[in-house]
Design a binder for this molecule. Structure first.
Ligand code: HDL
Ligand code: ZN
Length: 414
């Protein structure tokens, strides 16, 4: 292939990746109908827990003193520590500036007050549209928990849905703390007990079925610690086997496993206090093998798990690997992991999700990842072209649509 043909192929691939609308398959964003639960704006960007954790490495407030401050002052502490006193080089810091710049706000002046005045001109609803347009995001999967005291009442009273926001049923308390969760289900009218027997499993399935219908859940999700084991006689594995699996087959709900989080290693940091541990990919393989009629989505938090997880996806067609989750979501690891996945399983995976907690973050999480995914894909298509198989624009557009949420939509479809 001639030099200029190669250059133009690379440019075409990067353009298609840059322009293809995304289905963002896991976020902590909310339909504007959830009011205060939808976080947006400069102060929320600055107190994102990734930045809070980083800022503690520079300032000398105690955790108690910091969290006692009003949000605006917390934001000022972070701004001073990570942007003014030190260059905002980390991925989370650079992300704030990418958002501001792409949304048309002036970062050169380093003027937080001026940024706040700019944001004050926006309303939540129109800002959702602005961020989705700039980030080119067509659909957003929320994280929806019936155990969230602020979220549950909104679902129970009902509201007009924004079609851009789809729901995903999040069930961590049910799987990770059954003794404390059983009384909640009982209070909500489900005939369950602390004892893991057939009656309890049936009650859990009714609960899952009711909420799946109520929110029109796209899939069911849990985050699990590094020591997650399957099979196992503990509550987590038993409820998965006897309730989640039959529920998934009955309601066409893929089961999304996010594995490797050590919760609250530093509890004083609150949401910022979680860490990472290497997990057992074998547990995922044994689940996929034991339940071939069920669909599994999986992302893992430890870098050292990524290769084995990708190999597992080659063994099990009912396993869809996705994302560079949390501590994996940095350019170096997104590049390494995406290239490895493309080379092991082609486009039958979803390289990224944003995990956004603040609406504006859609802009940076997707522009940063698109650049990396675009470069990796451009190299792979150039390798392809070197064999004489020259990809067409239509084929590239089809493949990129698949990678940016299309393959997942096909995977979870009935
Ligand atoms: O459990 C999860 O879904 C994680 O994404 C946590 O919410 C974590 O706090 C986070 O925001 N990671 O990006
Ligand atoms: Zn998340």
């Amino acid at each position: 292939m001639t030099q200029e043909r190669t250059a133009s192929l690379g440019a075409l691939v990067r353009q298609v990746v840059d322009e293809t609308p995304v289905f963002d398959i896991h976020t902590h964003l909310y339909d504007a109908a959830f009011g205060e639960l939808l976080l947006w704006g400069i102060d929320e960007l600055l107190i994102y827990h990734y930045l809070v954790a980083e800022a503690f490495r520079w300032h000398d407030l105690t955790e108690h003193e910091f969290f006692a401050l009003p949000k605006a002052q917390q934001a000022e502490v972070v701004w001073d520590a990570l942007f003014i006193k030190h260059s905002p080089i980390s991925e989370a810091c650079r992300g704030v500036l990418t958002c501001l710049n792409a949304l048309g706000f002036d970062v050169k002046k380093r003027d937080l007050a001026a940024l706040r005045r700019e944001y004050a001109k926006w309303q939540p609803g129109e800002f959702v549209t602005r961020c989705c347009e700039v980030a080119k995001v067509r659909k957003i999967a929320m994280t929806n928990s019936p155990f969230d005291e602020l979220e549950r009442p909104v679902w129970e009273r009902g509201f007009e849905r924004d079609p851009r926001f789809v729901a995903a049923l999040r069930i961590d308390p049910l799987l990770l703390d059954w003794p404390a969760t059983a009384p909640k289900l009982r209070a909500w009218g489900y005939d369950v007990s602390a004892e893991l027997n057939a009656k309890t499993f049936d009650g859990i399935r009714r609960f899952l079925g009711d909420w799946t219908k109520r929110i029109d859940s796209q899939y069911c999700m849990v985050s699990l610690p590094p020591d997650f084991a399957f099979p196992h006689n503990g509550a987590t594995a038993q409820i998965i086997e006897h309730a989640i699996m039959p529920h998934g087959r009955e309601h066409n709900q893929a089961f999304a496993l996010m594995i490797g989080v050590n919760r609250a290693v530093n509890p004083a940091l609150r949401l910022a206090g979680d860490s990472v541990g290497a997990a057992d990919v074998g547990a995922v393989e044994r689940l996929c093998a034991a339940f071939p009629e069920n669909k599994f989505l999986c992302t893992m938090l430890a870098r050292e798990n990524q290769h084995a997880l990708c190999v597992s996806a080659r063994k099990f067609r009912n396993l869809h690997v996705f994302g560079c989750w949390w501590f994996m979501n940095i350019p170096q690891l997104i590049d390494e992991t995406t290239r490895m996945r493309l080379e092991l399983i082609g486009t039958s995976m979803t390289p990224q999700h944003s995990d956004c907690r603040v609406l504006d973050q859609l802009v940076y999480k997707w522009s940063h990842s698109r650049a990396i995914i675009g470069n990796a894909l451009a190299d792979k298509y150039e390798d392809l072209a070197a064999t004489g198989w020259e990809p067409t624009r239509a084929e590239i557009e089809r493949d990129v649509h698949d990678l940016l949420g299309g393959a997942l939509e096909k995977f979870i479809a009935p």
